[in-house]
Ligand binder design. Structure first.
Ligand code: 4AD
Ligand code: MG
Length: 464
């Protein structure tokens, strides 16, 4: 058996115990005095542990040929380190080489620094780098903290389907799912392929959001959330969009817009605190190498109340601010990333909840406000990234929902199950969706969602 390096470095094992670690060489340095220093990492924490290897070991020759990426098994005595910046090291008694690097000169992840674009092209090897290792641990920490947060509040986690016929957002950005036999395609009268037969004779797509399914369970379990993959066939090539991304979608019965704005704030603060407490090592790396303010801005976030502003007022602020935007702002337009970032970064210098958007730019399910022009929607916009959360109070009144479906040209038949929720014991309810990669990109400062998901799916990338 062996011990995770994080446990050794954190002092969870008593000094002078014999321990075994298994991992990969990060660096090797040989001293003239006949000692080789191996930095061994195993992914359990940012820092490697140092193994001090004396030339009295019978495979010392072999050890001095180890290069970055070789896998090893080291057994020895754990001792307090003399060296600066590390707590413990291992005085090696045996070092077994498990796997060599097949030609260190052409090993794509050699010890030098690689550009982020280069790493993206080597998605299968990039988890070995400091940077992607740190991203991966922080992502895991955030995911675990999200589950903890909801669990502590009595929310039930619902696994909503990935294959569905319903386009929650109505944006027409769904991927088709097909079981059709290419040799034997069903045809319409006009001779076109009949896609309505796609999924064993029915039409089906990959889900864009678990919300509508979540609402059905919220209408019985009170407080639920989903956490799963969602898909958007959007042809945009930006640092904030993926074709496949993970979303966290709480849905709360007997809750209005204020309630879920508060929930969003509490959740973000909770998970930021978790990262600050549990992943200092990785966050220090991000602060040093990626985003100077990475730690400080999370600390501020945890301490500060979010700003709240109505869409209408936000538009006034943007029109009056004197800054030249690429896209003009008028009441009625959807806010662009540049507008959101101006509000969060310059005007409020804090995360902002923007509320009550014009109904014409929002989905059918959002609750109509008294003014007849806006809906009870909210977006949470963070400095550095823009929109990370989108949510709303849902339209719980059947007559108003029906009128809205008609107005948008949507077929009530298609929504009969959704309308049932309003017919049978309807309640005011609200929820939101958190884009998980946008959250991870924000926390780490990585700036591009492609670098915070293991195998990013964007236009033209689905190799692995
Ligand atoms: O604003 P969106 O489209 O809202 C919904 O899907 C609602 N049904 C959520 C709900 O109320 N339950 O998406 C929610 C969030 C966005 O704020 C954004 O963070 C993220 O999902 N998102 C994306 N992230 C990465 N790549 C994409 N293509 C994304 N599209 C949305
Ligand atoms: Mg949105």
């Amino acid at each position: 058996s062996h011990t995770a390096i994080t446990a050794l470095l954190a002092g969870k094992v008593e000094a002078h115990t014999t321990v075994t670690v298994k991992g990969w060489i990060r660096t090797r340095r040989d001293s003239k005095a006949g000692i080789s220093f191996l930095a061994v990492h195993d992914g359990s924490c940012f820092d490697p542990i140092q193994a001090v290897v004396p030339n009295s070991l019978n495979n010392y020759d072999e050890i001095t040929r180890l290069t970055a990426g070789c896998s090893v098994e080291v057994t020895g005595v754990l001792v307090q380190s003399q060296g600066k910046g590390q707590s413990f090291e291992i005085q090696a008694e045996t070092v077994n080489v498990v796997g060599w690097i097949d030609n260190p000169d052409t090993y794509p992840m050699s010890a030098k620094r690689h550009s982020i674009e280069y790493l993206r092209e080597h998605a299968h090897l990039r988890p070995r780098t400091n940077m992607i290792g740190a991203v991966t641990r922080v992502r895991n920490c955030l995911a675990q903290a999200i589950h903890r947060f909801y669990n502590e509040r009595g929310f039930v986690w619902i696994s909503t389907p990935i294959i569905t016929a319903s386009d929650c957002e109505g944006a027409g950005e769904m991927f088709r799912v097909s079981t059709l036999d290419n040799e034997n395609l069903p045809r319409t009268d006009k001779g076109n392929v009949d896609y309505s037969e796609d999924f064993f004779g029915k039409e089906a797509f990959l889900t864009v959001s678990g919300q509508l399914n979540g609402e059905t369970y919220c209408s019985a379990m009170s407080n639920i959330y989903t956490f799963g993959p969602t898909f958007r066939a959007e042809n945009s090539n930006t640092s904030r969009h993926l074709a496949e991304f993970w979303m966290v979608e709480p849905e709360v019965a007997f809750a209005d817009l204020e309630d879920i704005a508060k929930l969003a704030e509490d959740m973000l603060k909770y998970v930021f605190k978790a990262v600050l407490d549990e992943r200092r090592d990785d966050m220090e790396f991000f602060a040093q190498r990626v985003e100077k303010t990475a730690i400080e801005r999370l600390e501020n976030f945890v301490d500060k109340d979010f700003a709240q502003v109505d869409y209408t007022e936000a538009v006034e602020i943007l029109k009056a601010c004197g800054k030249k935007f690429e896209y003009d702002v008028e009441w009625g337009v959807d806010l662009q990333s540049e507008h959101e970032r101006y509000l969060a970064e310059v005007h409020f210098n804090a995360p902002v909840v923007i509320k009550n958007y014009p109904k014409d730019i929002k989905a059918f399910y959002m609750r109509a406000n008294e003014d007849g022009k806006t809906v009870a929607a909210m977006d949470v916009v963070a400095p550095g990234i823009g929109e990370i959360i989108g949510g709303a109070q849902r339209e719980e009144r059947l007559d108003v929902l029906d009128a809205r479906l008609d107005e948008m040209g949507l077929d009530k038949e298609d929504y009969s199950w959704y309308r049932d929720l309003r017919k049978y014991g309807t309640v005011p309810h609200s929820g939101f969706g958190l884009g998980f990669e946008r959250l991870v990109a924000y926390v780490t400062g990585m700036g591009n969602v492609r670098d915070v998901i293991a195998f990013p799916r964007t236009k033209g990338s689905a190799t692995y």
